[in-house]
Every structure is written in structure tokens, then in C-alpha cells.
Design a binder for this molecule. Structure first.
Ligand code: SF4
Length: 369
């Protein structure tokens, strides 16, 4: 491979080699079977911040229930959230639903075909618009995700962080230069697939890499140092106390208000433990503030730790009973509250830590959940 002023002399050669490698080595993924615009759009939204292996079962279940844009639009947010439950980042599901309704209103239930129209859809940013244009419609646009950033940073031996202005510029320039005209669908996926299967974050398989002869980091022995990354911020630690509140054989759950974190999802009542409080004290206070009731706090039934993107939550869960039974509960901090049969908890969408608590409840003998 020859280079001139740090650039490849025949930039499309690397693109063509990637395409050939991809034709033979690509994974059989459900959204690759026909590249329908609807399937590409749904998969791209699911794949935002979520690994391929985790997405596949959700995607298959989703397509069975919602085979086209119209079926999503004809459903409701509650059901859409239920089919999304466990994938996280629930704003994606709410946006998907809103976007489906828009497509029915404005585009006869089809995924639109221009960048401008795509960017007007809730949940579709520049990356997703490029991915849809390229994968669904085979338009000649580069697609840069985390895998592509890493692969390009190594191929070019980029000495700056990939999220810096210079890093972004260099990665986009290379991904554009290498693009094989008329083969954007295959080319873009080839770069991403190489990052997912061969040029992985911690264990790149350079000897079996189809573009090793072009790789400056391999040649210079800097693969382990690329990409250059700034240090990660520490996750905020949050301690919460929650109640599995029983009365007359039913459990109280409440729906989070619109606009905030986990908006529209259901949860057990409770809240943050303030400085100097024990979990039990925090729970008694929160239940009075949130529901206006007195409860008997019984045994601790779980301690669940769960990491979200920006914080890590520890959930101290207690079994509680209304004392006296039958008190009027007022959902002061939630959109609505509801007493449910514990066997019906599967019909509501809960954030991951709450769902883990439900699973541990179901494993407890005689819980009724
Ligand atoms: Fe990545 Fe190694 Fe291939 Fe370079 S040679 S692109 S570091 S797998």
C-alpha cells in the first residue's frame, strides 16, 4: 500500500477489500435479510446504545407484533413500551411511536427517503439518518458509529481522541474517501462489522484482518493505544429505598410522570435515601410524602445494584403493608397509581432495576408474584 501526505493513494481500494470481506464474513442478522426501510429504521433505533446480540430477540418479537409502520402507529405508547421493556433508553420507544404516527400522517406509512425528512422524525439524528439512507436506500453516504471510529483510528493511527473535533473530522474524511460508489450499503456495514468481529476494542485479531496491510497502528505497534480516549467520568452513586407495598393481596405500583427519567414507565414507590437516613427511615418518609399513607415496614427483600449510563443505583427493597388496611392512597409524585394482582406485574413496563426486583420476588416461595 502506498501513502502520500498521510493519505492512501487509492482510497477506494481499502473500501473494495472491506466489501469483499463483508460479502463472505457478515453475520446473518434479521434486518439484513431484505433491508426493508421499516426494518432498517427499527433496528437502527434499537441498536442505538445496545449490542446486536441483545437487540435480535427484541427485534424479532417486535416485527411479529408490529410488522409495519401502520401497526406501530395504530398501537399505543403503553404497548410499545412493553415490547421495548428491558432494552433501556425508553425515550427511543416513545420516539419510535411518535415517528410512526408522523409517517402515517405525512408519508403514507412509509419511511421517508430524504435526509431532511428523516431528520424531522423524533429519535432520528444525523447518524441514524445516514444509516437509513445507506442501508435501506443504498445512498452514497458514510456512516460513522463507535465501531467505525475505532477501526479508522487504528487504520490511520490517529493520535487525537476520536471524540475531539479533529478526531471526528479525520474519521469522517477517511470514511468518505474510502466509500465505494454504488456500494454504500455493503461498505458501511463492512466497516462496522470489522469493528464488531475483528477490530474489537480489547482483542483485535490483526493477523486475520482483511485490511492489515493498510493499518498504520499495526505497522507502528500502537494498536493497543488506539483509539486515544479521554478518562471516563465516575458514575454517580444513588441509594434508594423502595416498597413492595401490599394490601388485600395486591401490590401498589405507580406510573412515572411524563418528561423525566423513565417517563411513562411503572415503578414501586420509594425514593432517594437522604444523608443521615437509614433505608427504613427514608422509605417511611417517602411513602408518606408520595402516597400520604402509614405503612408497616417488614423484612428487607432485596438489595439490587444496577448501572445506567450516568449513574449507578442501589435499590433497598422492603416488603410493606398498609396499616391500617384500606387507607386511601394518593399518587402525589406520579402520574397515577394502581393496585395490581402480583401475577399481572408482567403486563407493565418497569425500568431494569425494578424488573430485577420483580424477578427476585417471583423466586421467593409464597410471594404470589
Ligand atoms: Fe484493527 Fe488490527 Fe485490522 Fe488494524 S490490523 S484494522 S488494528 S484488526
Amino acid at each position: 500500500m502506498t501513502e502520500r501526505n498521510g493519505e492512501l493513494e487509492n482510497p477506494q481500494l481499502i473500501g473494495r477489500e472491506l466489501v469483499e470481506w463483508f460479502r463472505v464474513n457478515q453475520r446473518d442478522l434479521p434486518w439484513r435479510r431484505d433491508y426493508s426501510p421499516y426494518g432498517v429504521w427499527v433496528s437502527e433505533i434499537m441498536l442505538q446504545q445496545t449490542q446486536v446480540a441483545a437487540v435480535i430477540p427484541y427485534y424479532l418479537r417486535w416485527m411479529e407484533r408490529f410488522p409495519d409502520v401502520a401497526s406501530v402507529a395504530a398501537s399505543n405508547e403503553e404497548e410499545v413500551l412493553l415490547y421495548w421493556e428491558g432494552l433501556g433508553y425508553y425515550t427511543r420507544a416513545r420516539n419510535l411511536y411518535k415517528a410512526a404516527r408522523l409517517m402515517v400522517e405525512r408519508f403514507q406509512g412509509e419511511v421517508p427517503t430524504t435526509r431532511q425528512q428523516l431528520l424531522a422524525l423524533p429519535g432520528v439524528g444525523p447518524y441514524t439518518a445516514s444509516a437509513i439512507l445507506s442501508l435501506a436506500f443504498n445512498r452514497d453516504v458514510p456512516v460513522v458509529d463507535g465501531n467505525v471510529e475505532r477501526v479508522v483510528a487504528r487504520l490511520l493511527d490517529l493520535g487525537c481522541p476520536i471524540k475531539s473535533a479533529e478526531g471526528r473530522r479525520e474519521v469522517l474524511r477517511a470514511a468518505t474517501d474510502w466509500l465505494v460508489e454504488g456500494k454504500a450499503r455493503l461498505y458501511n456495514q463492512a466497516l462496522m462489522e470489522l469493528g464488531a468481529l475483528v477490530c474489537t476494542p480489547s482483542d483485535p485479531q490483526c493477523p486475520s484482518c482483511p485490511v492489515v496491510s493498510h493499518c498504520r497502528a499495526f505497522r507502528l505497534g500502537t494498536v493497543e493505544d488506539r483509539p486515544v480516549r479521554p478518562p471516563r467520568p465516575r458514575l454517580e452513586e444513588i441509594q434508594t429505598a423502595v416498597a413492595v407495598l401490599w394490601d388485600r393481596g395486591r401490590i401498589y405500583i405507580q406510573k412515572r410522570r411524563a418528561g423525566g427519567l423513565f417517563a411513562g414507565m411503572w415503578e414501586f414507590p420509594g425514593g432517594k435515601i437522604e444523608d443521615g437516613e437509614s433505608p427504613r427511615q427514608a422509605l417511611a418518609r417517602e411513602l408518606w410524602e408520595e402516597l400520604g399513607v402509614h405503612v408497616q415496614i417488614e423484612e428487607k427483600i432485596g438489595r439490587i445494584r444496577h448501572a445506567y449510563t450516568r449513574f449507578r443505583v442501589t435499590l433497598h427493597a422492603y416488603s410493606c403493608r398498609l396499616r391500617p388496611s384500606g387507607q386511601q392512597v394518593t399518587a402525589r409524585a406520579a402520574e397515577q397509581g394502581r393496585w395490581v394482582d402480583p401475577r399481572d406485574l408482567g403486563r407493565y413496563a418497569f425500568p431494569a432495576a425494578n424488573r430485577r426486583l420483580i424477578r427476585s420476588l417471583q423466586e421467593m416461595p409464597g410471594s404470589g408474584a
